[in-house]
Ligand binder design. Structure first.
Ligand code: GLN
Length: 194
């Protein structure tokens, strides 16, 4: 399993995947994509991650890996990177795309920059996921190819899935609930044995 390690909280993801028994490696170069069966894109700052991914010539290879069907899970900034459409990216900001969604960055406003709440995610099961939001994006629009798998009480979508792609506005890697990563590892195992 790879974790994109250009920027952000990649160490936390590496620790969770390792705790779940996966061989987890940081990914910074395009050639490292050949050795993995799935990739996590961590939280951080999507505009910086975008710039670095282009600077290190890893953005287009990542797009190819996504198009090939490799499982990819993005948390927070990683969700923004996976979104086909960014509603309010900074000037020139690009995403990798893959998820048929529109995301709005920093959608919860300055007063509630960071908060925690429980979210029902039926594909993950009971109990609800304790979700930590840190300057989090929200999914404004879910296109026909994607599915909302986590919705707040007020109707805002904070977790989506589309085949082998997943994205959450929140950060399971900073909690001790590893069910999202375990669910993702199942996709990666299925992909590896294809
Ligand atoms: N607000 C950040 C962004 O736009 C995301 C924050 C996070 O990943 N915790 O990329």
């Amino acid at each position: 399993m790879g974790v994109l390690a250009l920027q952000g909280d990649f160490r936390e993801h590496l620790a969770v995947l390792t705790a779940l028994g996966a061989e987890a490696v940081p990914v910074r170069r395009a050639t490292e994509l050949d050795d993995i069966d799935g990739l996590v894109i961590p939280g951080g700052e999507s505009s910086v991650m975008d710039k670095l991914s282009r600077m290190f010539d890893v953005a287009d290879p990542l797009r190819e890996a996504i198009a090939s069907g490799m499982p990819v899970y993005g948390t927070c900034a990683g969700l923004i990177m996976l979104a086909d459409r960014i509603v309010d990216g900074i000037s020139g900001q690009q995403s990798l795309g893959g998820l048929d969604v529109s995301v709005r960055r920093n959608a919860f406003g300055s007063q509630t920059d960071s908060f925690e709440t429980d979210v029902d995610v039926p594909v993950i099961g009971e109990p609800p996921v304790h979700a930590v939001f840190i300057r989090a994006p929200v999914v404004d629009e879910v296109g026909p190819a994607a599915t909302a798998i986590g919705v707040l009480d007020d109707g805002r979508v904070v977790a989506v899935e589309q085949g082998n792609l997943m994205g959450t506005s929140f950060h399971p890697e900073v909690t001790n609930d590893y069910r999202f990563h375990a669910y993702f590892l199942d996709k990666a195992r299925a992909w590896a044995s294809r």
